[in-house]
Design a protein around this ligand. Structure first.
Ligand SMILES: Nc1ncnc2c1ncn2[C@@H]1O[C@H](COP(=O)(O)OP(=O)(O)O)[C@@H](O)[C@H]1O
Ligand SMILES: [Mg+2]
Length: 338
């Protein structure tokens, strides 16, 4: 099947052209129609910039310096201003990481949704207000007529996120980019938002690229997973393959840091991954994860970070393969969360 979204060799830079700071370095991924793909990695890995690149909304002075982005066979990086407006209005929706950056505090919810419908889809004012209420109903907001008249600060975090989803999916896009849509929410609300995304996906055959730093979230909803570290995709594969047979030490470390769910719905955080990701100014030869890797070997500073196949659809950037043949799940409990 041809991909709905295909990213290849994406490079996003900051700083000046002679000595650029490389925030995304040769990243690639694809999303099939109707598929839910998880994009996971610690803070600073380049997840948000990768999503923003698809929308051609990399914040200045950042820029896309190389790579290909194709949506349904169309070259996103070659689109004219008008084509881009149409693309953002109809084809791809995005939920941005900071909910406050996207909901305007001084307008009622109804009016913000109506304005989006008017601008993006050319809906008349009265119709747009009526449709806004329907959209709120569609994302599971109870008593939508009354809620439509609220201001953003009058809504809970979960309800604000539902409004963001209503806005991002108002035009029934075939792709939703959801950047950490549940990060600020408690576990129960988080599960409700994930369930909503799955329902929209099923009702509309909408594909989702779901960004998270939490494998527990990814495991609940994703078909496939893409793992990013320091601007590179280090491993990718079907969810089950990564859960039971992760081949990159970074993926293993992420799995081991999955918070355990407790009966009361509270989460205890397991110890995170030792060390910190590199600064953008730090250019590491070979494997970027080497300084934090328990399995590092002398040859690691000479590797290319290119993905090599492990099995059908499963690829890793670690040529050392410290886990080859073990086939064991790093965290047996984690698999039970699905
Ligand atoms: N406006 C900016 N100016 C300079 N550096 C930035 C800017 N935005 C992001 N970066 C850098 O790019 C890297 C990747 O950022 P981002 O894509 O937001 O990561 P993630 O979403 O995985 O946390 C980070 O190291 C961050 O410091
Ligand atoms: Mg981010």
């Amino acid at each position: 099947m041809t991909a709905l979204l295909r990213i290849e060799g994406l490079r996003v830079e900051f700083g000046d052209g002679d000595a650029p700071l490389v925030a995304v370095d040769g990243a690639g991924l694809s999303v099939a129609p109707g598929e839910v793909v998880g994009l996971i990695g610690e803070s600073g890995s380049g997840k948000s910039l990768t999503c923003r690149s698809v929308m051609r909304l990399v914040p200045r002075p950042g820029r896309i310096a190389a790579g290909e982005i194709e949506f349904d066979g169309r070259d996103v990086l070659a689109m004219s201003a008008q084509e881009l407006r149409d693309f953002r209005a109809h084809d791809a929706g995005m939920i941005y990481q900071d909910p406050f950056s996207s909901l305007n505090p001084v307008y009622r919810i109804r009016d913000q949704i109506a304005e989006t419908l008017r601008v993006n889809l050319g809906v008349g004012k009265a119709d747009a207000r009526a449709q806004a209420v329907e959209l709120l109903d569609g994302v599971g907001i109870r008593d939508p007529e009354r809620r439509a008249l609220s201001y953003p600060h009058e809504l809970s975090g979960g309800m604000r996120q539902r409004v963001m989803i209503a806005l991002a999916t108002a035009s029934r896009p075939r792709l939703l980019l959801a950047d950490e849509p549940t990060t600020a929410l408690d576990v129960t609300t988080q599960a409700q938002i994930l369930a909503l995304l799955l329902r929209l996906r099923a009702e509309r055959a909408m594909a989702v690229l779901l960004v998270s730093h939490d494998f527990g979230v990814i495991a609940q909803v994703c078909d496939r997973v893409v793992v990013m570290y320091a601007g590179h995709v280090v491993e990718t594969g079907p969810l089950a393959a990564l859960y039971t047979n992760a081949q990159h030490p970074y993926t293993r470390a992420l799995l081991e840091s999955v918070p355990e769910l407790e009966s009361a719905g509270r989460r205890t955080r397991r110890p995170g991954i030792a060390g910190v990701p590199p600064e953008l100014t730090e250019v590491l030869p070979g494997c970027v994860f080497k300084p934090r890797c328990r399995h590092a070997q002398p040859g690691c500073e000479a590797i290319s970070m290119a993905l090599e196949p492990v099995s059908e659809g499963h690829e890793t950037a670690c040529p050392v393969r410290p886990f080859a043949g073990t086939g064991s799940a790093p965290t047996a409990r984690a698999g039970a969360q699905r």
